[in-house]
Structure formats: C-alpha cells, structure tokens
Design a protein around this ligand. Structure first.
Ligand code: SF4
Length: 360
C-alpha cells in the first residue's frame, strides 16, 4: 500500500489547470446537484444563514426536519428574534451542540434590531455575528449573495487535499492555511455560490472518506491523488479522541402526572436547558444525592425511591452513563430553577434526558 511518507512527491497546485477544474466541477454540479430543502435559485439570506448554522457539525439528513420546522415557526429573522429563548431551545432539542441555538437566537436579535433585518453581505460583516466563523461566513456570502468567498469544511478539505495531493495532517494549522489558500485560488468570479455548493456535494457524495468514487468524479483525470494511487492515504487518518466517561445519578420525581425538571445554568454543557435533577455519581449514597439536588420541600414529601434501568448516552467527547432512581411526592411549590412538566410540554430537554424519561 502507498503511504504518504514513502511517497515524498511535492504537492503541486501548479500542475492543475484551474479554469478546467472550475468548468468540470460546475458542469458536474448542473447535472448532479443534491436536492436539499435549503437550496433555491433565489436564495433568501435568512434561510441560507439558518441552514448553515444548523449544518455545523450535523448531517444534512438530521438537519432537514429541524430546518423545515424552524422556517415554519419563524419564517423570517424578525419572527425568530421575537421568540422566547426557551421556545428556540425547545425546537432545537435533539440536534446537540446547544451553543448553536443560543448563537442563532442572539444573531437573530442583532440582525433584527441593529441591522434592519438585513444580513451582512461580506465575510467580515458576517463573521461579527455570533457563531459565524470563516467557513460559515464564506458559505453564506457566496450562496446568498454570490460573493466570491472561499470555503473550507471537512468535505472541501478532503477533496482539495486529494486533488492537489496535500499529504500533511489536516489538524496541522499550516496545512489548513495551505488549503484555505487553494480554496481562495480556485474559486471562480461567477457562480461562486454554485461552485462552493458543488465542492460540498462532491465531497459528500463522490469524494467520500473511505472509498471515493473516482470513476464518476469530474476530477478523475486531473486529481493528483487519483493519478498517483494515493486516495487511500490522503488525507491521512485522524487520531480519534477517546470520549471521557461521565457517571451521573438522575432522579425521575413524579407528582400527579407531572415530572420534576431543573433549569441548567446559562453556560457550560446544555446551557439554559432543562434536565432531570442529577449529579455526578462519585460513589454518593442516594440520600446524599437527594440532599445535593432536590429542594427541601420535595425531600420532605418524597416517598421511597426505586432503582430503574441504567441509561447510556453518547456525546461527541463524553460517554454519559446514568444511574436512574424513580419516586413520587406531592406537587409542592418549587424554587425558581425547578418546574413541574408534563410529557407534552415543550421545554428544551436534551436528548440524554429524553432518553432517561423514555426508559422509565
Ligand atoms: S478523483 Fe477520486 S480522489 Fe480525486 S477528487 Fe475525485 S473522487 Fe476524490
């Protein structure tokens, strides 16, 4: 098998005919573009921004129903800005990376209240908005306004690395700088949004991580990795981070068909969302757990707790294991950070706790 190390051939952007690369890609895109709900011949910057925020670290298939629900509930930036934060978080629940939902709402307020509802049309202007980095700014500017701004996401990195035979690790800042340089160099002066979306589509459907479909690729004749048999070693495999384990004890406390929820702090994991009362297990007895996380009024009327089936939930960098206890009490008055909720209430509850509730 070829290795990147034993083939010390120089990366050679100069070997590629750039105008030919653009023509090939756009021709391919005209015939093969994916039919995605946020694609339009007449893009609305609000809808483009919304889709790009949702697509950060999330697959298109997962995003599609959330995108449709958001657009229906909040058809423009003014509607989103006017929504209560809790409603936005509740509608986001299940997509993970909840910081993005806070950024989404903060940005909507800025655009509605300070920019007359108009999204900036430059990369610099867009990057001033919460949660919009260089990639998202380039994608929004090019797709919504056809600005010739380059992009570089995971798919584009892979395609460019292979076409231009960039063999170095993609976690190396120098490699990233090189790839941004190439992305800036190859973007055409016209149809910039189409060009960027074509790169995304090619990476997602043809130049896939494991077995790229080089035979059907518009770059098959010009791609250096394909021509040199290096597609299995470019880009080099990433070292995966081992998720840390988090052991939590969670309580499902019920009263007359309601379940007790607690509101999390406004920063950190699951910021501002609701949760079942829980604490890091750390060998605590169940009495210690109750003492640590339940209001005194609940503890006073709480019956005997029974142990339920444990639940596991995987986050990107954490493996969460819940020990679950269940019990009931009177529906007493609660401190501000607690609430009695029914199953059909639309409080933002992270997927991990939805799973615990389903299990009991
Ligand atoms: S020819 Fe193969 S490796 Fe090169 S860009 Fe196309 S699919 Fe990727």
């Amino acid at each position: 098998m070829a290795t990147a190390q034993n083939r010390k051939q120089k990366s050679a952007p100069g070997e590629i005919d750039i105008p030919q690369l653009r023509r090939r890609l756009l021709r391919w895109y005209d015939r093969n573009r994916r039919d995605l709900p946020w694609r339009s011949d007449n893009p609305d910057p609000y809808a483009v921004w919304l889709s790009e925020m949702m697509l950060q670290q999330t697959q298109t298939a997962t995003v599609a129903p959330y995108y449709a629900a958001f657009l229906q509930a909040y058809p423009d930036v003014f509607a989103l800005a006017a929504a209560p934060r809790g409603d936005v978080l509740a509608m986001w629940a299940g997509q993970g990376y909840y910081r993005r939902a806070h950024n989404l709402h903060d940005t909507a307020k800025i655009v509605a209240e300070e920019l007359d509802g108009v999204f900036p049309n430059t990369v610099d202007g867009l990057m001033k908005l919460p949660g919009v980095g260089r990639y998202s700014a380039g994608a929004i500017a090019s797709i919504a306004y056809d600005v010739c701004a380059p992009i570089l996401d995971g798919n584009v990195k892979r395609v460019l690395s292979r076409v231009f035979a960039i063999e170095q690790s993609q976690s190396d800042p120098q490699t990233i700088a090189t790839l941004w340089g190439i992305s800036g160099k190859i973007i055409p002066r016209k149809r910039c949004g189409d060009f960027n979306q074509a790169m995304m589509d090619l990476g997602a459907t043809v130049c896939t991580p494991k077995v790229p479909k080089c035979d059907t690729c518009p770059f098959k004749k010009i791609c250096i990795a394909n021509n040199r048999g290096l597609t299995d070693v470019i880009p080099p495999a990433r070292q995966r981070r081992i998720p840390t384990r988090l052991d939590l004890t969670a309580l499902v406390v019920e009263a007359n068909g309601y379940v007790l929820l607690h509101r999390r702090a406004d920063s950190g994991l699951w910021a501002g969302m609701w949760e079942l009362p829980n604490v890091e297990a750390n060998g605590k007895s169940i009495d210690d757990v109750c003492e640590a996380i339940l209001p005194a009024t609940i503890r006073k009327s709480l019956g005997k707790l029974s142990k339920s089936r444990g639940v596991q939930h995987q986050l990107t960098h954490r493996s969460v294991r819940f020990k679950v206890f269940r019990g009931s009490c009177k529906k007493v008055r609660l401190p501000k950070t607690f609430q009695w909720a029914r199953a059909d209430d639309t409080l933002p509850l992270p997927k991990a706790f939805q799973k615990v509730l389903s299990a009991v």
